[in-house]
Ligand binder design. Structure first.
Ligand code: FMN
Length: 199
């Protein structure tokens, strides 16, 4: 698939068929995710891939699937055949940025004006979404507000933060749902040329 088409087609899908994702296809998606950029090549991004139906149901409960179902949506989290939990380990960045080539002139770690561990997790997340679309599949994303429960369920270490859960599967419907109904900004509302405020 052309890159531009994958970008255009990508949208969060919250309705999946009861049909598994081919193992080879899933591996290609995960391989793409491993190609995300990372600050200083710290590579503090990690994935927990879940296909077991009982675990998916438990993850969906932690994502408050009942809330979506109550609002008339299908149980899209638990029925998506694959969950990819995108995680970030902040400490990988501190370790990397204490290496000689990353120290400040004063010999200290940078003061992190932007927390790059979250930035990089977002880049990984986007690659998973686009790679799924590129394979003719659909993907969605949800956050969990019960992170401790999610960590316990999946055995995620204390120093690793789950950032979001990507659902992957075959779409039962590609209807626009959720917040996307608000519509998308036009480019001129996003892009500032040369300066934010014009001369
Ligand atoms: C960081 C992040 C968290 C999100 N969390 C949720 C969520 O918990 N549940 C959900 O249904 N959608 C979630 N979304 C999806 C957004 O609602 C969606 O990306 C937005 O409405 C634009 O729609 P589109 O991605 O289909 O173009 C999240 C998206 C992002 C980037």
């Amino acid at each position: 698939m052309e890159f531009a088409e994958a970008v255009r087609r990508r949208k969060m899908i919250r309705n999946y068929l009861d049909k598994p994702v081919d193992a080879d296809v899933l591996e290609r998606i995960l391989d793409a995710a491993g190609r995300a950029p990372s600050a200083g090549h710290s590579q503090g991004q990690y994935l927990v891939v879940v296909t077991d139906p009982r675990t998916r149901t438990a993850i969906a409960e932690l994502g408050n699937e009942a809330h979506y179902v109550a609002s008339g949506m299908p149980p899209w989290m638990s029925t998506a055949p694959v969950h990819v939990v995108v995680c970030s380990r902040e400490n990988d960045y501190h370790v990397r940025y204490q290496e000689a080539d990353k120290l400040t002139d004063e010999g200290t770690e940078i003061d992190w004006p932007v927390p790059y561990w979250w930035v990089d997790a977002g880049a990984t997340l986007m690659l998973v979404l686009l790679a799924a679309v590129n394979e003719g599949l659909s993907a969605g994303l949800f956050g969990s507000h019960r992170l401790e429960g999610l960590k316990e369920l999946l055995g995620i270490p204390d120093d690793v933060a789950p950032v979001g859960i990507v659902t992957i599967g075959h779409a039962a419907s590609t209807a626009t749902t959720g917040s996307a109904k608000r519509g998308r900004k036009a480019p001129e509302q996003i892009v500032h040329r040369e300066r934010w405020v014009g001369a």
